[in-house]
Design a protein around this ligand. Structure first.
Ligand code: SF4
Length: 480
């Protein structure tokens, strides 16, 4: 471990973390069994959240809830799926922030209201969530969870509108933030994407009906056809008549999360009309063109560095090799409190291929550096295995500003690049050289105009604004 490099205390891989994934399915006939379909959709979205999973189904008379802590196959088995009746349903996978870890915060949330039973599942974060929560508390509303979803659900229930679509549209016009959400009522399923289009959400057709999901890989997993992305600021209503659309607020400047293409989305998903794997290869090519490449061999940091490494090797005309093997059978909660234990944990999780590395100058590509912990450990591992030099290439610009829109880490104190030069970072992680792709290179590779992307964690320009309390703090950071 290089001198001064920070070590994660929980043994987890050091990466930005997506907070949630959602799915919603409306079966075209009452005979459709929706629970197994929701299960398959959630399984495909597992990478977006691993701490809890849940679904709510509708059988034409009532809504049924099943959820719990753990991975999708840990929460649902064949018996629990068989017990959930219904032809329509919504589902959720979740990765909680520190403040939200309590099991009561697992989604979907289900309540009774003047619109009948209502369930909600959401991905994202509401910038004015605190104010809206206070408004509810001030009028005596009892809240049970720390989630924005409960706030939205209560505001919908109290909206006073004549019908559910009008109630959802009215409340979402007051919500400022990044979200993809699904609401299931007695007779319809509503799906909405924030007016900036920051969180992804797409629409597909199945043999059994219609589906909305955070990523197109879920639609593919269900054997469906991707119809299109839900538009920024669009409210979709799925019911027995098929689907119809309602525009909430199409006037906002778009701000798709650039990190979806860098890391979050599954490589087989398309977001903003661009396939994530191909974008990652293109970022690797940009990186090789921007930086001076001196290496004998190119490797990817497992697993998310592999796609950009392929593009990098192609552009640099260097051999691509597998230099580190990741053990896939190490549990998610492999906690190691002592330095010796943590070193052992790394050795169990990652193993170098000595024959590829020995005596070589190695170019290692990773998607991002967040806390710097994994990069430092990997470089030390490569050198122990005999690598002569390790040159680190990063397929995203320095991550210096916290995400305020639902991605962890949401605190600037966890970002190793904040307040450090690239030279200082290079020394910290023990690399022989360190190169980041530029913001312009990243934008070129994504292939979406810069004005239509959120790049706030690299630039500090927050397109959806910031919660009031954070604005001063953010200004301070940008001055540093
Ligand atoms: S700040 Fe970064 S991680 Fe957060 S939405 Fe914007 S691009 Fe995505």
């Amino acid at each position: 471990m290089p001198n001064g490099a920070m070590m994660a205390t929980n043994g987890t891989i050091d990466k930005p973390r997506e907070a949630c994934g959602v799915v919603g399915i409306w079966g075209k006939e009452a005979s459709v069994k929706v629970a197994p379909l929701c299960y398959l959709g959630l399984y495909a979205l597992q990478h977006r959240g691993q701490e809890s999973a849940g679904m709510v189904t509708f059988d034409g008379k009532q809504l049924w809830l099943s959820k719990g802590a753990g991975l999708v196959p840990e929460v649902f088995d064949l018996d629990s799926l068989a017990e959930l009746p219904g032809f329509a349903g919504i589902g959720h996978v979740r990765l909680a922030t520190q403040a939200e870890k309590h099991v009561i915060n697992t989604q979907p949330l289900l309540v009774r209201s003047s619109y009948g039973s209502l369930a909600i599942a959401q991905n994202g974060s509401i910038v004015n969530g605190k104010e809206l929560r206070q408004e509810l508390l001030d009028r005596g509303t009892v809240l049970q969870t720390d989630t924005d979803s409960e706030v939205i659900l209560n505001l919908i229930a109290q909206s006073g509108e004549a019908d559910l679509p009008s109630a959802v549209a009215k409340i979402l016009s007051r919500v400022r933030g990044a979200y993809a959400l699904v609401v299931l009522g007695e007779g319809m399923l509503l799906a909405a994407r924030d007016p900036w289009g920051n969180r992804p959400l797409c629409l597909g057709r199945l043999e059994e009906g219609y589906v909305v999901a955070s990523e197109s890989c879920a639609i593919a997993n269900l054997g469906g056809e991707l119809l299109r992305e839900v538009q920024p600021g669009e409210l979709l209503i799925l019911d027995h008549a098929g689907y119809h659309t309602h525009s909430l607020d199409p006037g906002k400047k778009q701000a798709l999360c650039a990190f979806e293409h860098v890391y979050f989305a599954r490589p087989d998903s398309s977001i903003g009309g661009r396939n994530a794997y191909l974008v990652r290869k293109a970022i690797g090519r940009e990186l090789a063109q921007e930086a001076l490449v001196t290496a004998d061999v190119v490797i990817g940091a497992p697993d998310s560095g592999m796609s950009p490494a392929l593009g990098f090797a192609e552009a640099a005309k260097l051999p691509f090799e597998i230099g580190v093997i990741k053990n896939r059978y190490v549990g998610r909660t492999f906690l190691q409190p002592t330095p010796a234990g943590r070193k052992l944990a790394v050795r169990i999780k990652l193993n170098p291929v000595i024959e590829v590395l020995k005596g070589k100058s190695v170019a290692m590509i990773d998607d991002s550096i967040v806390r710097g912990t994994t990069s430092g450990k990997l470089i030390a591992l490569l050198k122990e295995a005999g690598a002569r030099e390790v040159h680190m290439y990063v397929a995203s610009p320095p991550y210096r500003f916290p995400c305020l829109y639902g991605i962890e880490p949401s605190s600037h104190t966890e970002l190793v690049a904040r307040g450090r030069t690239v030279e200082e970072l290079k020394t910290l992680i023990g690399a022989d050289s360190l190169h980041y792709v530029s913001v312009e290179g990243l934008v070129r590779a994504i292939g979406i105009p810069k004005e239509q992307l959120c790049l706030a964690c690299f630039t500090g320009d927050y397109p959806i604004g910031a919660p009031g309390a954070s604005i001063d703090r953010l200004s301070d950071q940008r001055r540093e």
